[in-house]
Design a protein around this ligand. Structure first.
Ligand SMILES: Cc1ncc(COP(=O)(O)O)c(C=O)c1O
Length: 393
């Protein structure tokens, strides 16, 4: 057969490294069950029972057909109330679209709003899917390399160096995957004044880890800032905070002007989200206690794992303020992110993600998910430590 030349926008994308490393860990575990996979960003907790029971009830009540495209009214209203209560975001029910996952919400927004050649600013280290999604829309990713020695703080200078008349979108993500940082009020001020001075730029705020915050930390939702809120698209979902990764459920909130093209694209792609999943999501929004219990356990694991990493000479790991990732910087001459990742796979039986996949090209770094059983985190910490102690420094 003549070779098939597929869409160049898709050709420009790299396959998902996290999915590749998750598959690698599973493959290694087939021959060595003691291998510990810390690459996946997936809670190890089961979905809370109340949520599952509601889905079963809704299914038996007939919520098994197409639903209204933007989402069930009761779920959109519950999301509107939640945004007002938890995030100080005040919008109307019509400004909310329910989507099959937060990733899909980002895909819809980016693809509906960009023109070919429009530039999108990404703050690195950044989640692995932003760049491919921008490429899928014919956009141009512009990477701002934040500095680990300055704790990845967002600065006006860094944004100024990246912005141009073609900039249409800035994507931010707090609590952050992979660094675990939150957005401080001072950084939110920087983003706000940047948006005010650059009226051609919209901001997409990815808040899928919003409930996973440690030590009383808080993070700012940019749509709570009155002067810029019309230009902020807020994305959230149920995967991370409610342990619902497999349900594929997320949402976005955006001004009507943005919603019109976004909804059009949704109508012609997913159409709608399963009714029984949406009914269960109404209950999930009420599961504060269950989410708090998971958060508390993540914090215990974070403390165990991060303190073990910091005992290793040549390793620096700032305690993350949120999300469930430990982001470690390594100082081992000759070993970059991929080198360290491969070394730990081969000598510690621990599979993490190399930091270069998130655009950290200046420091050798890795991301380890601590959304894994506490005993696995303890074993992983010990094994990483003894493997690295063998290395010359
Ligand atoms: C930063 C970030 N945003 C969005 C998502 C998408 O989550 P989902 O599509 O499961 O809601 C993820 C998942 O890994 C993520 O890490």
């Amino acid at each position: 057969m003549e070779s098939f030349r597929y869409n160049p926008r898709i050709r420009a994308m790299r396959p998902s490294a996290s999915m590749a490393l998750m598959a690698k860990a599973r493959e290694m575990q087939r021959t060595d069950p003691s291998v510990i996979g810390l690459a996946a960003g997936e809670p190890d907790f089961p979905t809370p029972d109340r949520i599952c029971m509601e889905a079963i009830r809704a299914m038996s009540e007939g919520y098994t057909h197409y639903t209204p495209g933007p989402g069930l009214p009761e779920l959109r209203q519950a999301i509107r109330d939640k945004l007002a209560r938890d995030n100080d975001i005040h919008c109307e029910t019509e400004d909310i679209l329910v989507t099959p996952g937060g990733k899909n919400a980002i895909f819809l927004a980016v693809n509906a709003l960009l023109n070919p050649g429009d530039e999108v600013i990404l703050l690195d280290p950044s989640w692995v899917s932003y760049e491919p999604i921008v490429l899928s829309a014919g956009g141009v990713p512009v990477h701002v390399r934040l500095d680990w020695q300055a704790s990845y703080r967002v600065t006006r200078e860094a944004l100024e160096a990246a912005v141009s008349p073609r900039t249409r979108l800035l994507i931010v993500n707090y609590p952050n995957n992979p660094t675990g940082r939150v957005l401080t009020p001072a950084e939110a001020d920087v983003l706000e004044s940047f948006l005010l001075d650059n009226p051609q730029v919209a901001l997409l705020s990815d808040e899928v880890y919003e409930k996973i915050l440690f030590d009383g930390n808080v993070t700012v939702s940019m749509a709570s800032r009155e002067r810029v809120r019309e230009r902020v698209i807020t994305v959230n979902g149920f995967s991370k905070c409610a342990a619902m990764t497999g349900w594929r459920l997320g949402y976005l909130a955006a001004d009507k002007r943005f919603m019109e093209p976004i909804y059009k694209l949704h109508q012609h792609s997913a159409s709608c989200v399963s009714g029984f999943v949406q009914r269960a999501a109404v209950v999930a929004l009420d599961c504060q206690q269950e989410m708090e219990e998971m958060r508390r356990i993540y914090q215990e694991r974070r403390d165990l794992f991060v303190s073990e990493l910091n005992e290793i000479p040549g390793v620096h790991c700032e305690s993350p303020a949120g999300a469930f990732y430990a982001w470690a910087i390594f100082d081992y001459p000759g070993l970059d992110s991929n080198g360290i990742c491969t070394y730990l796979m081969d000598h510690a039986g621990v599979v993490g993600m190399p930091g270069s996949e998130y655009g950290e090209l200046r420091a050798s770094s890795m991301r380890f998910s601590f959304a894994n059983a506490t005993e696995d985190m303890v074993r992983a910490g010990e094994r990483i430590k003894s493997a690295l102690l063998e290395l010359p420094r």
